[in-house]
Design a protein around this ligand. Structure first.
Ligand SMILES: Cc1cc2nc3c(=O)[nH]c(=O)nc-3n(C[C@H](O)[C@H](O)[C@H](O)COP(=O)(O)OP(=O)(O)OC[C@H]3O[C@@H](n4cnc5c(N)ncnc54)[C@H](O)[C@@H]3O)c2cc1C
Length: 489
């Protein structure tokens, strides 16, 4: 039998995209794969953290996709997990919006919305909708323009403005309309509002998201990714190196040669020895800004400046164990109330009762969006937990005395921001990176695309196929998309 050398692949990031790519490459049997992960755990934003017997996702992560390929893949991975008490269950979504002390069903139900908004406000919404249909905004540039054109200013201001500005930390007039067209197109809230207000006739055309069932692993979203990681490390072809932050990427302008990692969880005074990984191919899910700034040698000023303009929004989750069961029937509650800083409440019990240590307890996760430079971000965990408790009481959701315990998780790059200038910067960065023949970009921050797990996975499938069938790399989507634009470097 002829022995041939398997090619080495380094994958940066053990989130859904990185793990999917590693899993698929190992299946192909022609590659030795090393996944480098800066955290001490795998799963990225889709991991589950255990705290005092309760389990918390980074905001509950539901498994939903339009892709049969992805759905079959998830089910295949979860096969046999039922023997470990971890079924991949299908759930019916129940979500509400909290606005002006009322809960609105999501998708909206006309009577509930009318009652909650008052007849007067509902009439204003309808007139504002008619007005925008008659006199639409001609030059649609921002999120506000896009949504107002679709639904009228009143509905925009009630059901979109506050929450969106909490998530992004910039005014809706500063957010690119791309975000709306990418997300809201398939986003049930807007469609639900539309169907609720503008006629049952449209319901038969409702998108799949409105039927709203989803899958969830009973022991937490991250357990699916842990199973994938186990299969990678159980293979003789796969390794995952935790606490390995890629800080330097050596290249010769055509190819990536190696990456260097450090363990930044070590105490400040300990020697941070960098470890070098050489490979034939490199896959990356790290934030594009960080990738460019880690290049050695650095690219020219124009590319550096473009990378520096890519912005990321952080997320703090306040995770509480509450001494009460059945707090609310919701999976998520979107908090549109201006008076509080929280953006969303996730009730882990309603995803699975196995997420709590005791059936009389509830695991609640509160989401706060912020930039890492803000004073809020830098408050102590105790201060943050106090703010969360007070806000829960303020909105009448829960008496704070019922909270037994809590812990804080911080994600510095939870959202790639689509501000008005991001597209131009992204174009420059992607165009430059497309010059490396052995670099494959994928995932959420790896492509600066605000996407869910399934789309992150699809981006991994795509680049794995490109490597396996190298002729496809020439046909790189990003080169195709950007090479005809007048980007001068
Ligand atoms: C609050 C919230 C709720 C969400 N809810 C859902 C949901 O319900 N359903 C859904 O499908 N999706 C949801 N998502 C989106 C989902 O989390 C992402 O789509 C998915 O995790 C993206 O996978 P990824 O591998 O591209 O990126 P990530 O999950 O971000 O993983 C990237 C990995 O790379 C590592 N990394 C970064 N830089 C380096 C470096 N320099 N060196 C080494 N490692 C590095 C990171 O530590 C991380 O582990 C949600 C996201 C958020 C923030």
């Amino acid at each position: 039998m002829s022995e041939y050398k398997k090619e080495d692949v380094v994958i940066i990031g053990a989130g859904p995209a990185g793990l999917t790519a590693a899993f698929e490459l190992i299946k192909n049997n022609n590659f030795n794969v090393t996944v480098l992960e800066k955290n001490e755990k795998i799963g990225g934003l889709s991991r589950t953290t255990e705290y005092n017997g309760c389990k918390f996702d980074i905001g509950p992560h539901h498994f939903i996709t339009q892709s049969d390929l992805v759905e079959v893949w998830w089910k295949e991975v979860m096969k046999g997990e039922e023997d470990h008490g971890n079924r991949f269950v299908q759930l019916k979504r129940f979500t509400r919006i909290y606005y002006k002390k009322h809960f609105f069903y999501y998708p909206l139900q006309p009577m509930n919305a009318l009652f909650g908004l008052s007849i007067f406000e509902s009439i204003r919404c309808i007139f504002s909708y008619i007005k925008i249909r008659l006199f639409p905004i001609k030059k649609v540039e921002t999120f506000q323009d896009w949504v107002t054109n679709k639904f009228g200013y009143r509905l925009f201001s009630i059901f979109f403005k506050t929450y969106t500005e909490k998530v992004w930390g910039i005014l809706c007039t500063q957010i690119s309309s791309d975000w709306a067209s990418e997300r809201i197109k398939g986003f049930s809230l807007s469609k639900a509002i539309f169907y609720a207000f503008f006629g049952k006739w449209a319901k038969k055309n409702a998108p799949r998201t409105l039927s709203d069932t989803f899958y969830y692993p009973e022991l937490g979203a991250g357990t699916l990714w842990q199973k994938v990681a186990n299969q990678i490390t159980n293979s003789s072809l796969g390794k995952i190196k935790l606490n390995s932050s890629v800080v330097q990427i050596k290249h010769n302008n055509k190819n990536i040669i190696s990456v260097l990692t450090g363990d930044f969880n070590l105490p400040i005074n300990s020697a941070k020895k960098l470890q070098e990984y050489k490979a034939e191919h490199f896959f990356s899910t790290m934030a594009l800004r960080d990738l460019i700034l880690s290049l050695d040698p650095l690219p020219e000023e124009k590319v550096l400046n473009a990378a520096k303009k890519l912005v990321y929004r952080g997320l703090i989750t306040l995770n509480y164990i509450v001494n009460k069961s059945n707090i609310s029937p919701d999976h998520w509650i979107y908090v549109h109330e201006k008076e509080v800083l929280m953006g969303r409440i996730g009730n882990m019990n309603n995803f699975s009762l196995k997420m709590v240590d005791d059936k009389n307890h509830t695991a609640l996760s509160l989401e706060y969006f912020d930039f890492v430079t803000s004073s809020f971000w830098n408050l102590s965990d105790e201060q943050l937990l106090d703010i969360g408790k007070n806000e829960l009481e303020q909105i009448g959701f829960l008496k704070k005395d019922l909270i037994l315990d809590g812990m804080v998780l911080r994600e510095t790059q939870a959202y790639p921001v689509y501000d008005k200038n991001y597209k131009e910067s992204l174009k420059i960065v992607l165009y430059y990176l497309s010059g490396f023949s052995n670099l494959y970009l994928m995932g959420r921050n790896g492509l600066h695309k605000y996407n869910n797990m399934d789309i992150a996975m699809l981006s991994a499938f795509k680049v794995v196929n490109e490597l396996i069938d190298k002729s496809k790399k020439q046909d790189n989507y990003f080169v195709n998309n950007y090479k005809n634009n007048s980007v001068s470097l």
